[in-house]
Ligand binder design. Structure first.
Ligand SMILES: Cc1cc2nc3c(=O)[nH]c(=O)nc-3n(C[C@H](O)[C@H](O)[C@H](O)COP(=O)(O)O)c2cc1C
Length: 263
């Protein structure tokens, strides 16, 4: 199995050190191919906000850099670790630029066969905000989330009980990721996943003129078919399904009303 770490720190510091510890734990279980994608080495340009990727397709992005190579590396891996230090209470700028450059994937998700682990390190604060953000990104892009590892790594020597806490967190995260990678099936979607599916389905089917590329993509995947319950064929909790359909109906009604009154 192959793991790709997308490293949002510009240096081989605390976050890299934590990823290395996860690697050592996981490689003690079995032979794992391990790669780092140091975002700092890729020097991705900032998104220019032209909307071309949404409107015409990502292949028309005017920025010609190595972004397509990054997407291919994610597609080639079985699992991806999204790793970021907390900078200014959330993900690093490198990580945010990376997410913005792949914003079209929020509309056209594609990583349903991949597992993800989230990793963040902080001096003191912002762990929850950072992990929540990475959670949303990975989830909407289609990843099956195995777990999150949040570590406090202040610039002082941690007392032994805090070091043990970090070690336990690393161990639990590595084990959860390993278990997920060994499973060929996807874990059942949660409430949030089902709401995202129905909310997006309502928008992309109603706004086919505004987002023709998204509409075509959703149609091609079969996600607009009446009986579709989720992006992939997995059991869906019937209560989530019923609430999701209700949300979809309400969203469609709202979008139609907005369109009728605005144009
Ligand atoms: C530019 C910058 C911003 C930071 N912002 C925060 C912050 O908002 N909250 C916090 O608790 N720590 C903050 N830190 C500390 C880092 O989150 C912490 O040292 C982290 O482990 C660094 O990871 P790295 O060595 O992998 O880069 C900041 C550090 C830097 C360099």
């Amino acid at each position: 199995m192959k793991v790709l770490v997308i490293m949002g720190s510009p240096r081989k510091g605390n976050t890299y050190g934590a990823a290395e510890q996860i690697r050592e734990i996981m490689q003690s279980f079995c032979d794992i191919e391990w790669e780092y994608l140091m975002l700092g080495d890729y020097d991705l340009s900032q998104c220019r906000g032209c909307f071309v990727c949404f409107d015409k397709g990502e292949e028309h992005c005017p920025i010609k850099d190595r972004a397509p190579e990054i997407e291919q590396r994610m597609l080639d891996a079985d699992g991806v670790i999204f790793a970021s230090p907390v900078y200014g209470m959330n993900v690093s700028g490198l990580m945010k630029t990376f997410v913005d450059r792949f914003a079209y994937i929020f509309h056209r998700p594609r990583f349903f066969e991949k597992k993800a682990l989230l990793l963040a390190t902080t001096g003191a604060l912002g762990l929850r905000e950072t992990l929540d953000y990475l959670d949303l990104v990975a989830r909407v892009w289609g990843f099956d989330l195995a777990g999150r590892v949040g570590l406090a790594t202040p610039p002082v020597t941690l007392p032994p009980y805090r070091q043990r806490e970090n070690e336990r967190t690393l161990q639990a995260g590595a084990e959860a990721f390993y278990r997920a990678l060994r499973q060929s099936t996807r874990s059942p979607p949660g409430f949030k996943d089902i709401m995202i599916f129905h909310g997006q389905r309502a928008s992309f089917s109603e706004l086919m003129d505004l987002f023709p590329v998204d509409y075509a993509y959703w149609k091609e995947q079969g996600w607009l078919e009446k009986g579709a319950k989720y992006f992939v064929d997995v059991p869906v909790n019937p209560v989530y399904d019923a609430i999701g359909r209700l949300l979809e109906w309400r969203t469609r009604r709202q979008v139609r009303r907005d369109q009728a009154e605005a144009w």
